[in-house]
Design a protein around this ligand. Structure first.
Ligand code: PRX
Length: 648
């Protein structure tokens, strides 16, 4: 919560010009619907069932109409009950009947610098070929397909091919380790996985197939691995299991009927970290998710049919699922897809991409913004960024300093910044400005029309001008449908704290004008370089090393990464600590769950503070590490452990 004091002092406001406001999608919709002001828009949309039904007519198309807009039986929701739908129908099929089929869906730039432009028609053909191939491999409706691919066009193609036939995709970020991939594939019981030989990252090749081979040593459910040839490197081949993508699709027809599904059938599982170490497989369904994602992209990021739009996230995270794959395709937008690292070969790579393709909208994260801030203004200044019209931010609170830099140096003081708060669980933006709102740097502004959020104290009372628990008070279209295989955890994580009210797990403050200021996670989840990592996942990884008995992880603020990772490690008896062991443990974590999770510092201690029930009190360690007040330690079982940490 280190940003609170800075945020509290933030008084500046920014209002888009009237000329800008008049050309926005949302203002034009308001004019057509005779809505005179923002207040009136929010007021009308507070009749949320009416609002989402109205919006469904504008954004999604059913095969068979619904009988009921929403069926809310807490904690489970169903949208557009009784209808038949498939997200691919909106994302691809309907475009084949219009000129959008000839439009570019993705401008792909590889890290080495080649550009490939893929039209909607071409994308559709590739998706259909792979969908036919999946069927031939025996993949059926509701079967799980694991996808472990970098940022190449085959990633959206694979996702869409699954969705098309009613299979459920589960994408695992290509930066995750073999063991992380294995755990997720075993959890969702994937039947087939899709990967590639290798890919480029910061000029080096990452051999993804090697990692896949390790993962698949112990994934009994996986029958086939489809391998896309990206670099042409020689790879290990397991005959019977491994199949080249190009061989598989070679003779497949470019036509494949999209499966009409129940609107509430699952579209994907996406794993996100929780506090207990085991990642949660968040379930999203077809129709509601499609509606929420498409409406928010249209209204908030204000993407126009003629725009070039760039969401610079990785598709392996929810941001990429919603705002690189599904929403832009539903809206028939041209998106940029970039394979590589932001600073390769030089720190102006992103700015060169913006200038090269005349990008109008950039959507990225505070961690990326801070990274570029640190690299210096000379890099963006080398390029003409005048095509930009609007900027977006997501993933963590954006500190006002970074907001102002983004606004001035990248947006040249003419691009409003949409600070969008949402989660893997929510599927789409929940709290965000509209491009006609007055902005306050560091505030995500208001719940979007049709969404209702609040901040509650421990007693469940609404509070303002104080930090409390961020909650969502009624269902929304992209609402998660559960945690795969763990309904009890679903209930407990989101719904037990306040009855039938969604607990987001974040701390937030509402100011006098009801603007929301998000202050970070309420529990122990680290935010490193824009990614959420459970402390206990890293602890489990450390403990899996033979010499380690126990470990406690905390995050401390880091100006670039968001948080840096500090590990307190208790070694097993008779094991001697050494500088070498620190290196070994860091490598071990990288191997177990990915480089992203590698501790920045490791300290060896004899004990860590714990509650009487044996839970590590990370809050106490963190307070110590930051030299702050410890607060209530009445539940602490071993106070002497604090003295040891103090000595470090
Ligand atoms: O803590 C909030 C933070 O990221 C969490 C969700 O992370 P994840 O599920 O990985 O999804 C990230 C992309 C949507 C939230 O609980 N977060 C996300 N956006 C913001 C944010 N914190 C502050 N401001 C935001 N705009």
């Amino acid at each position: 919560m280190t940003d609170i004091s800075v945020l509290l002092k933030e008084q500046r406001t920014f209002k888009p010009t009237q000329e800008f406001i008049n050309q926005t999608n949302v203002k034009q919709w308001m004019d057509q619907n005779h809505i005179a002001s923002l207040e009136e828009l929010y007021e009308k949309a507070s009749d949320w069932k009416w609002f989402w039904e109205k919006m469904s007519k504008e954004f999604i198309h059913f095969y068979q109409p619904y009988k009921k807009v929403v069926d809310w039986k807490p904690p489970y929701v169903k949208w557009f009950v009784g209808s038949k739908y498939n997200i691919v129908h909106d994302a691809l099929d309907l475009h084949m009947q219009t000129d959008v089929q000839h439009k570019i869906a993705y401008i792909y730039e590889s890290e080495p610098g080649e550009t490939q432009k893929i039209t909607y028609g071409e994308l559709n053909g590739e998706v259909n070929k792979l969908a036919n191939a999946l069927k031939q491999l025996g993949v059926k409706k509701r079967d799980r397909v694991g996808i472990y691919l970098p940022m190449i066009p085959q990633l959206p193609i694979a996702m869409l091919a699954c969705a098309k036939i009613g299979a459920i995709h589960s994408v695992v970020f290509s930066g995750f380790s073999a063991l992380a991939f294995r755990g997720r594939m075993n959890d969702c019981q994937a039947k087939v996985i899709i990967t590639c030989d290798a890919f480029y990252r910061r000029g080096k090749k990452i051999f993804l197939k090697e990692q896949t081979d390790t993962a698949l040593e112990d994934t009994p459910s996986v029958k086939h691995a489809i391998v896309y040839r990206r670099t042409g490197d020689k790879i290990h081949w397991k005959s019977g299991r491994d199949i080249w993508w190009h061989d598989l699709v070679k003779n497949m027809p470019k036509i494949c009927e999209t499966e009409p599904l129940d609107a509430n059938d699952p579209l994907f599982y996406l794993y996100t970290s929780g506090t207990t170490g085991k990642p949660k497989g968040i379930i999203h369904a077809h129709a509601g998710y499609a509606l929420g994602a498409a409406l928010t992209l249209h209204w908030v990021l204000d993407v126009k049919p003629t725009d070039i739009y760039w969401c610079a996230a990785d598709i392996g995270w929810i941001t990429g699922h919603s705002y690189i794959v599904y929403a832009p395709l539903i809206l028939g937008i041209t998106s940029v897809l970039y394979e590589g690292a932001p600073d390769f070969p030089l720190p102006d790579r992103w700015w060169s991409i913006i200038a090269k393709y005349n990008i109008n909208i950039l959507y990225t994260s505070p961690t990326a913004i801070r990274f570029f801030m640190q690299k210096g203004d000379e890099w963006p200044q080398k390029h003409d960024l005048s095509s930009l019209r609007l900027l977006g931010s997501v993933g963590e609170p954006i500190n006002p300093e970074a907001w102002i830099w983004y606004y001035a140096t990248i947006g040249k003081e003419k691009c409003p910044i949409m600070d969008t708060w949402w989660q893997t669980e929510t599927g789409h933006f929940m709290i965000s400005p509209l491009p006609i709102s007055t902005l306050k740097p560091g505030s995500a502004v208001l719940p979007i029309p049709g969404v209702s959020a609040d901040v509650y104290n421990e007693q469940g009372e609404s509070i303002i001008e104080a930090g409390g628990n961020l909650v969502i008070t009624h269902p929304w279209p992209g609402m998660l449908r559960g945690i795969y295989g763990d309904p009890a955890r679903y209930q407990e994580t989101y719904w037990d704290r306040y009855k039938n009210i969604y607990l987001a797990g974040d701390i937030a403050r509402i100011d006098q004008e009801r603007y929301f200021w998000i202050q970070g996670r309420a529990d122990d989840v680290l935010s490193v370089s824009g990614h959420r990592i459970g402390n206990s996942e890293i602890e489990s990884a450390l403990v899996s090393y033979e010499a380690v008995a126990e470990a406690a992880i905390i995050g401390v603020p880091d100006p670039i990464k968001g948080e840096s990772i500090i590990a307190y490690v208790i070694l097993k008896n008779r094991v001697k600590s050494s500088p070498e062991l620190i290196d070994i443990l860091r490598q071990h974590v990288a191997h177990e769950i990915g480089k992203l999770a590698r501790p920045d510092r490791i300290y060896f201690v004899r004990d860590v503070p714990k509650t009487r029930s044996g839970k590590i009190m990370r809050r106490v360690i963190r307070a110590k590490a930051l030299g702050k007040e410890i607060g209530d330690i009445s539940t602490l079982a071993n106070p002497e452990s604090i003295d040891e940490i103090l000595k470090i």
